[in-house]
Design a protein. Structure first.
Length: 200
């Protein structure tokens, strides 16, 4: 690609895990609240992809005990994420760009992501993993952003972060939960691909 620094979102970009997480958060919420409330929360949770789970759960549920119960159950259920399929072409993309500094920047949990990368033999390509409970903005403030940098993501939040840090952005839409992406007014410079088979 010619970039010296590549920022990769994880869910929906490296692996097809958004659907699993959507089911898991509903299951976790239904254990402590009604199905109607759980469905409302699920919608809120997925429409704010890219924001750390702790922030979303604590914002929606003001009762600290309920919030903590949902967080614990959700993280236990997320053990199945290791079974999520790789996004097509990601291995070829990482191999062909291994000279670049590649950082995973995610709202997820470091241990979950590192375990997935190790199990799928992708950790060798990744310089660092920056995750929740810090926001993506907070994490990016801790590293030097290269002038030759691109952020590859699948959410509106990812795009907004790229804009804030003045880096190029590529949108991967094959597994996105950003339902309005096709009509969203992205700047002309934003490239959009279904997956990495179409980008490579």
């Amino acid at each position: 690609m010619g970039y010296r620094q590549i920022l990769l979102d994880f869910d929906g970009v490296v692996c097809d895990s958004n659907g699993l997480k959507e089911m898991n958060i509903l299951k976790a919420a239904e254990k402590v609240v009604s199905r109607d409330v759980a469905l409302q929360f699920q919608q809120y949770f997925t429409s704010n992809n890219g924001i750390p789970r702790e922030i979303k759960i604590n914002h929606f549920f003001k009762d600290a005990q309920i919030a903590e119960s949902i967080l614990q159950d959700y993280e236990a259920l997320n053990k199945n994420l290791v079974n999520a399929s790789l996004v097509p072409g990601i291995e070829t993309f990482l191999e062909s760009n291994k000279a670049a500094e590649i950082t995973i920047i995610s709202g997820g949990v470091e241990s979950e992501i590192k375990h997935y990368l190790q199990q799928h033999n992708l950790d060798k390509y990744i310089a660092r993993v920056l995750c929740g409970p810090k926001t993506k903005e907070e994490n990016l403030q801790t590293i030097a952003i290269n002038e030759s940098c691109v952020f590859i993501g699948d959410s509106l939040h990812d795009f907004e972060v790229a804009e804030k840090f003045s880096v190029d952005f590529i949108f991967i839409y094959g597994y996105t939960q950003f339902t309005g992406w096709s009509t969203f007014n992205f700047p002309a410079g934003v490239l959009k691909y279904k997956d990495f088979d179409h980008l490579n």
